[in-house]
Write a protein that binds this ligand. Structure first.
Ligand code: SF4
Length: 339
């Protein structure tokens, strides 16, 4: 393939924040393969903040999930109007392939999933189902000879993101330069991924006391009640930020934090990619596939025969999470902070 023929590239980004972080090395590889091309990333609004200042993307095109057929046709027409030379699909959905087919994109690349092979010009077969998600995306872009020797997932918060975060923290009682640990006790996917609230509170109190940290509990609006309950159990100075941050402000909060204790979630991947020491608690999911990627991470997991189940709700006694102790999480955090 001759790179100069590809002037406009569309990348359909993942719909989950964590997956979008794990796609960064693959997107960087495309940038490196086609340095002159105009690369547009089509993503949902709640993911777009991750790429707002990314140097490897030329345009971020943010669209909510189409609310009607007319809306879906509008986006498809817009793809046609923009005259892309190539589209690369990171989601595995039938719908995403149909959109770029009807959008008239001549070269269409994606995994051969969901019965969509006939719509793709390059339908790629996955190497293995247990591939780490970051590697899964990198495998896909190899089809256009986009490779990088040491794929970098690292991201940086902007000055503006850090300042906005510090202002929010200050209004929530954490002084401007005070060190703090971030807790992420939610998990949008379902309760199966969530460790116990009282244990999060114990870990945070123990570490805050030992290390002289304040605590900030992050999460979505839906997770605010979890954050509030944890805060009520704690003795240390704690700010509840759940539901109060845009994605950009959340990036700033995590970049400013000294330590992150988290379930398997989107914020876990952001913190790890920012290089923040990150302790991730795993149970129902497979850390070999969705574990955090970054220079300073630890996974705490209690091995049980039913894991990974990948279920949203535990149908039995949540033994994977019951077996994760406060001590084990504190130990992992101390190791990480002192290493
Ligand atoms: S079924 Fe097993 S792995 Fe899945 S949530 Fe329940 S205890 Fe955890």
């Amino acid at each position: 393939m001759r790179a100069k023929k590809l002037e406009k590239i569309l990348i359909r980004g993942p719909n989950w924040v964590g997956d979008a972080v794990l796609a960064i090395p693959a997107i960087r590889a495309i940038r490196a393969r086609f340095p002159e091309a105009e690369i547009t990333l089509l993503v949902r609004p709640f993911v777009s903040g991750l790429f707002a200042t990314a140097p490897f993307i030329d345009k971020v095109w943010s669209e909510p999930k189409p609310s009607s057929l007319a809306d879906w046709i509008r986006i498809t027409r817009e793809i046609r109007n923009r005259q892309f030379d190539m589209a690369l699909l990171l989601p595995n959905s039938f719908e995403s392939a149909l959109m770029i087919l009807l959008g008239g994109v001549p070269k269409r690349i994606g995994y051969a999933t969901d019965g969509r092979q006939w719509m793709l010009t390059d339908a790629v077969t996955a190497v293995s189902e247990s591939r780490h998600q970051m590697q899964y995306y990198l495998d896909l872009v190899k089809v256009i000879s986009a490779t990088v020797e040491s794929p970098s997932i690292e991201i940086e918060a902007t000055r503006h993101e850090r300042d906005t975060a510090r202002k929010l923290l200050a209004t929530e009682g954490i002084a401007y330069s005070a060190p703090f640990l971030a807790l992420s006790p939610g998990a949008a996917y379902g309760t199966a991924k969530r460790w116990h609230e009282d244990r999060f509170a114990n870990v945070a109190d123990n570490l805050a006391r030992e290390l002289g940290f304040c605590v900030a509990v992050i999460g979505s609006e839906m997770e605010r009640s979890i954050a509030t309950r944890i805060c009520e159990r704690m003795a240390s100075p704690t700010a509840v930020l759940a539901g109060k941050t845009s994605l950009e402000t959340l990036i700033g909060v995590l970049a400013e934090s000294s330590l992150m204790i988290t379930n398997d979630s989107g914020p876990m991947h952001i913190a790890a990619a920012l290089g923040v020491p990150t302790v991730a608690i795993f149970g129902s999911t497979d850390e070999r596939v969705t574990g955090p990627c970054g220079p300073r991470t630890r996974i705490v997991k209690h091995r049980v025969e039913c894991s990974p189940c990948l279920l949203r709700e535990c149908p039995i006694d949540h033994r994977c999470m019951n077996g994760v102790t406060v001590d084990a999480v504190c130990r992992a955090a101390r190791d990480l902070v002192q290493s």
